[in-house]
Design a protein around this ligand. Structure first.
Ligand code: CKX
Length: 601
């Protein structure tokens, strides 16, 4: 469904966006009684909780942290009388993993998928100059058709428990900002941009979608007031003279203003900040503005103390500062599209982003990190549930691309993380997902998927879909770790030799490699888990990367330590961070700073 739900809410001459963030009333619904008891008319309890945030880490009892099922949120929002006659909507930045929204007791929308925005249009139900009751029922159960995939088990004591097919903690709830917005009945719905260069100038091809037939004007400003290009019509090409190209560490943005006009009257106005750059693959190179770039950076998570996967502007700022300090130029939004504000910040900082959809866990395993090197097959893509999963997955790809397609920072789409690819049944599934991304993206950015260690040159059926190969590799950690590290290096080289022999003529980017490291552990000589071993391991990986000219990037796993499901292989979280969860450097951070700041291109 395409509506203006994907346009980032902004105040303009015709639009208003009011934050609904704050303390909302909150109640878990372990007995599934909320619907029968009409909680949509008001929750019975008195507890309140911050929105946005994950609900899990505020409480001191395990039942709350591990709660799996429906949680109910409630607030009252005042709708100004002067908005009457316009559309009014509530825009949820996301609700993990699915939600039902009620306004004044009436069901407005149900939404599936936890990491993308959706809009409840409430124009018909809302009371003006009055408070309106907003209730959201958010469900965090995982199953084999949800994106991401997993299971929901019922323990002997009757408690439901999420069993993800991935390691990151199943943080959930209203994770991102919620906004009350208003916009005209005849409105701008979508904008698509494609950039090319002609000498010193740029040609910006634009396409605007509106809900009516009134004429459209577009203008481009350099800075706040210098108009440098304009055009009329829903589609056209703007010439930007002597363009300042968007580049790494030079996130130069122009302001793009769209108006629907009725003679001299502005019916609707929207603006966005755009960076002008091109991105292409040529042979084994990734080209930014025609120049070859080597990706240096991280796989990340939205994860921090107390708020879990909740929106946290301060943490985002700190992360970008740490990335600049260390000399990184790229991150992957593993394993879901992140909140919109981080892409805006990356646009401004000139940091490249590989945008990943939440298709993680398409490999039936509760510990795929252990099984990754065993070659175990799970016939995941043969299950009768695949059509339903595919439908959800396609919708998420479409929504992610619709939301993020105009960000200069987004250079590629990652369409799955570590799926099973050794079974031919995966091929038709991949075909549809990759075709959808191509169709949805006006810029036709490169598409890829992150390949688990089982996906090897001799058995992977799906790598031909990728415009560049993304390899998640753990030689020296999950296999041949510690005293076997020299064998790990040989095995790693053997695999890369086999890829080289295929003469793919495509870039290879390492989208994961890493070693769990306890920041309190030092050992000379090193042992696994010590800070010394992390560096030894990274040096080994880099020796390998540096000997193959088709390697076009290294995104270490992970930027920071992050919370996982508990277990004997996780010491209160995944500790492969180059920074701690509190964003302080481990020894390896200084090692990377040396490697990555040698050449800042
Ligand atoms: N890759 C062998 C997916 C990430 C995990 C990472 C890990 C695995 C490794 C798969 O989400 O965190 O186990 O460290």
């Amino acid at each position: 469904m395409k509506t203006c739900q994907m346009l980032y809410p902004r105040d303009t001459a015709t639009r208003r966006a009011v934050s609904m963030d704050g303390m909302w009333r909150f109640q878990t619904d372990g007995q599934q009684e909320g619907r029968d008891e009409h909680w949509m008319d008001g929750l019975p309890g008195t507890d309140t909780i911050p929105v946005p945030a994950s609900f899990q880490d505020f409480y001191t009892d395990k039942d709350m942290r591990e709660f799996t099922g429906d949680v109910w949120y409630e607030t009252d929002v005042f709708v100004p009388g002067e908005w009457e006659g316009q559309e009014v909507a509530i825009r949820f930045g996301c609700a993990a993993h699915r939600a039902e929204v009620y306004v004044n007791g009436v069901h407005m929308i149900s939404h599936e998928g936890g990491f993308l925005p959706f809009l409840a249009v409430v124009t018909k139900i809302v009371r003006y100059n009055a408070f309106n009751k907003v209730v959201a029922v958010v469900n965090n159960e995982l199953n084999v058709t949800s994106i991401p995939c997993g299971e929901t088990k019922v323990l002997g004591n009757g408690k439901k428990m999420a069993h993800p097919y991935f390691d990151f903690f199943n943080y959930s709830g209203l994770l991102r900002p919620v906004k009350l917005i208003t916009y005209p009945k005849e409105h701008i719905e979508d904008l698509s941009l494609v950039h090319t260069f002609q000498g010193a100038d740029a040609l910006v091809h634009y396409q605007v979608e509106t809900t009516g037939e009134h004429p459209v004007t577009v203008e481009v400003f350099d800075g706040l007031s210098e108009k440098i290009a304009s055009c009329t019509g829903k589609e056209g090409t703007l010439v930007i003279p002597h363009v300042h190209k968007w580049d790494i560490r030079d996130g130069y943005l122009y302001r793009f203003v769209i108006r629907i006009m009725d003679e001299e009257t502005v019916i609707d106005e929207y603006h966005d900040y755009i960076g002008i750059r091109t991105i292409q693959i040529r042979g084994t190179e990734i080209l930014l503005n025609g120049r070859s770039v080597y990706l240096k950076g991280f796989g990340k998570h939205e994860d921090s103390d107390i708020v879990g996967r909740g929106f946290n502007m301060g943490v985002m700022k700190r992360d970008l500062e740490c990335m600049k300090w260390i000399g990184a130029n790229c991150f992957r939004t593993s394993h879901y599209p992140y909140s919109e504000e981080i892409y805006q910040m990356a646009d401004r900082e000139g940091i490249l982003v590989i945008d990943e959809v939440a298709a993680v866990g398409l490999f039936k395993s509760l510990m795929n990190f252990m099984e990754a090197s065993t070659g175990r097959e799970t016939a995941f893509f043969q299950a009768p549930t695949i059509p339903a999963l595919l439908e959800n997955h396609l919708q998420c790809v479409e929504d992610m691309i619709c939301r993020d397609k105009n960000h200069a920072c987004v250079i590629a789409w990652s369409l799955l993380n570590e799926p099973e690819t050794t079974d031919a049944a995966a091929v038709p599934y991949f075909e549809k997902i990759f075709a959808k991304a191509h169709e949805a993206d006006p810029q036709k950015r490169p598409r890829t998927f992150a390949m688990i260690m089982n996906s090897l040159p001799h058995n992977c059926k799906c790598y031909p879909f990728s415009d560049f190969l993304s390899l998640n590799r753990y030689y020296g950690w999950y296999m041949l770790g510690g005293y076997e590290i020299s064998d790990a290096e040989n095995a790693f080289r053997k695999e890369l030799d086999a890829w080289e022999a295929k003469e793919l003529d495509k870039p290879v980017v390492f989208t994961e490699y890493g070693a769990d490291t306890n920041p309190a552990e030092h050992k000379l000589p090193s042992v696994m888990w010590s800070q010394e071993y992390q560096i030894e391991y990274l040096e080994m990986c880099h020796r390998v990367f540096d000997s193959y000219p088709f390697v076009a990037g290294e995104l270490v796993w992970n930027f920071a330590d992050f919370q996982t499901t508990e277990g004997i292989l996780r010491m209160n979280g995944n500790k492969k961070g180059i920074f701690t969860r509190q964003r302080q450097p481990k020894m390896a951070a200084y090692y990377y700073k040396k490697r990555w700041t040698k050449d800042l291109s």
